[in-house]
Design a protein. Sequence first.
Length: 259
Amino acid sequence: KWAFVLIPGLMIGFSVLPLAFIPVGEYFPLPVSTSLLAAVALIALNPLLIVLVGWATSNKFAVIGSLREAFLIISYEVPFLISVLSMIIIYNSIDLLQIVNKQAMMWGAVLNPLAAIVFLITAARSTGRFPFEICEAESELIMGPYTEYSGLFFGIVMGVSYMELYAYALVFADLFMGGWLPVTALPMTGIALIDKGLLPGLVTVGKAFIIMVVMIFLRSVYPRYRVDQGIRIGWERMFPISLLALFLSMGLVIGGVAL
């Protein structure tokens, strides 16, 4: 089917495009007033493509893996979006550049740790990190939706999860860890390209790298969940916690603590 060839290209496209909207410094990439919404919307499209992969390959293992992904999407995307909404309420902005600048005094993760926790866990699920590698499940489904892929296509679909992980980590760094702000405390060289471009970028990417390492090393700590356990965690734990994060943000705004 045409979708069998097209979907890997779309997946890598929707993994790379969010990076154009996630600032790693004041001047890179170009500022967009709706950068947070654009990045989140593009990142959220990839799980939908995974569902289509099973239909495109007509393989029983791929179909089962895609159905698992379909069951899990809603249970984790809803808490993820609520956690992002919680921070939008605090910052009163959907521009990541403004959001970073508003964290000069206090990180978002300190103001609303519940939203940060939900964001991390749902991001791990969306990228298929252990213990949420449920739709691939090598011991059960070979490679799940990607069973029929080989060669270049297999390399693309496997690399997409790491591109997504990098995008999620960058959003987390900007949304909860103050982005590049500590760069103002570093010694300046007087060269604009370095002071305004390279140093802020290194700080932001460094924070994102720390988040990536933490999420990757979950593999050595937790076993893979069953599909019913994954869905239960999404609805019975992540969803209530995300609502608490939302109410916490509202309380901070009412109390005048919001940034």
